[in-house]
Design a protein around this ligand. Structure first.
Ligand SMILES: Cc1ncc(COP(=O)(O)O)c(C=O)c1O
Length: 375
């Protein structure tokens, strides 16, 4: 047991009650609660459509499918992301082309490097908003516009985060969210695909459930008795047990994120005097989800980062590292290219504890433990 864990679930009796009610309703698979969760999620983001899914990996896969990305196509993506972002490109036989990140203070994809990697085979760009702080979507949209590229946002880290007053996930063609246990909004496993395009939503809905024209829930309501299959789809459905968790978590989201903003302020203050660490996105003006709290070490000694993490571990502080760069994994070596900034920053990143119930004294304890780690 850590004195300060990396994450704590924002669950209470309301989630238990919601699941109980769903169990007692006897409709536990995709049904009315899933539909309500989709409607509330779309309204919250100001998105045209939302489709609830088994997880975000399914959302990313469906994003590739509905944008008709396939063998021979290239998709530009970051390497400093969770591997699911990139795996989705390979699911459809397309080629991931890695772009570097900006720098230590902005570990998001670098639009200048996207521009360098565009060619006639490029079909789309997947951006990932690191820690819930937006990529430079103005520049990404400009490049996409010039070259006719689709934009997919991996917005797993950023529910309710904003860019230019718009919610992340609604800035490109398709937005993808995860509700995995440690996310800002948790349903244990779960995901959402959002889009303003009715045709893309229809196609994703079809593919979510085997390519079938109706769901069993719709048939049970007597709207139709049979179905057709238009293409071989998947079973990527969310169930109503998870959707009922999602509906409760949605109500808590804004307050949860506002508390995280305060936690971030405490951290920024407590770390201000530690010269050996830099806080990415410091001074960011717009509302952000603060899914994680990353810091970058300013020194680059070999094994230094792991020594610091060990020292925090010994003090009772759980840490993580987001992320080992994807282009260095065995499978992705063949798609690898020189990404000097990604490699430099990834070697110096540490993720400190972040959750809405984290107290000021705990933040100060983490900061002191971090300061002590430098001797
Ligand atoms: C950036 C990013 N992309 C994709 C995923 C995959 O989401 P899921 O676990 O819901 O499939 C995650 C989280 O797990 C993530 O953090």
């Amino acid at each position: 047991m850590y004195r300060v864990p990396l994450f704590d679930l924002n669950y209470d009796g309301q989630e238990e009650q919601a699941v109980l009610e769903t169990l007692r309703s006897k409709w536990i698979s995709t049904g009315p609660r899933t539909a309500a969760f989709e409607a509330e999620f779309a309204a919250m983001l100001g998105a045209g459509h939302a489709l609830a899914l088994a997880n975000c990996t399914a959302a990313l896969h469906l994003a590739m499918r509905i944008l008709d990305i396939g063998p021979g196509d290239e998709v530009i993506c970051p390497s400093l992301t969770f591997v699911a972002t990139v795996n989705a490109i390979r699911y459809v036989g397309a080629v991931p082309v890695f772009a570097d990140i900006v720098d230590e203070s902005n570990p998001n994809i670098d639009p200048d490097d996207i521009r360098r990697m565009v060619n006639e085979r490029t079909k789309a760009v997947i951006v990932m908003h690191y820690a819930g702080f937006p990529c430079d979507m103005g520049a990404v949209k400009e490049i996409a516009g010039e070259h006719g590229l689709k934009i997919v946002e991996d917005a797993c880290h950023g529910p309710l985060s904003e860019y230019g007053g718009k919610k992340l996930g609604t800035l490109g063609d398709v937005g993808c969210f995860s509700f995995f246990s440690n996310k800002n909004l948790s349903t244990a496993e779960g995901g959402m695909l959002v889009t303003d395009d009715a045709a893309l939503h229809e196609r994703a809905k079809l593919l979510r459930s085997h390519g079938m024209t109706t769901l069993s829930f719709e048939r049970s309501k007597g709207h139709s008795t049979s179905y057709d299959v238009l293409e071989p789809g998947y079973n990527y459905r969310m169930d109503d047990l998870r959707a009922s968790l999602g509906l409760v978590q949605l109500k808590k989201l804004r307050e949860d994120l506002e508390k995280r903003s305060v936690v971030r302020e405490w951290y920024e203050k407590a770390l201000a005097d530690i010269d050996q660490v830099l806080v990415p996105f410091r001074g960011h003006g717009e509302f952000a989800s603060n899914y994680i709290f990353p810091v970058v070490l300013t020194e680059v000694r070999r094994k230094h980062r792991d020594d610091v993490r060990n020292s925090l571990h010994e003090a009772g502080v759980q840490t993580s590292m987001h992320y080992p760069p994807v282009h260095l994994f065995s499978f992705y070596r063949e798609y690898s290219r020189e990404l000097p900034v990604t490699e430099r920053v990834a070697g110096k990143l540490i993720t400190l504890p972040m959750y809405s119930s984290l107290g000021k004294s705990e933040v100060e304890f983490v900061a002191t433990a971090l300061g002590n780690a430098f001797g």
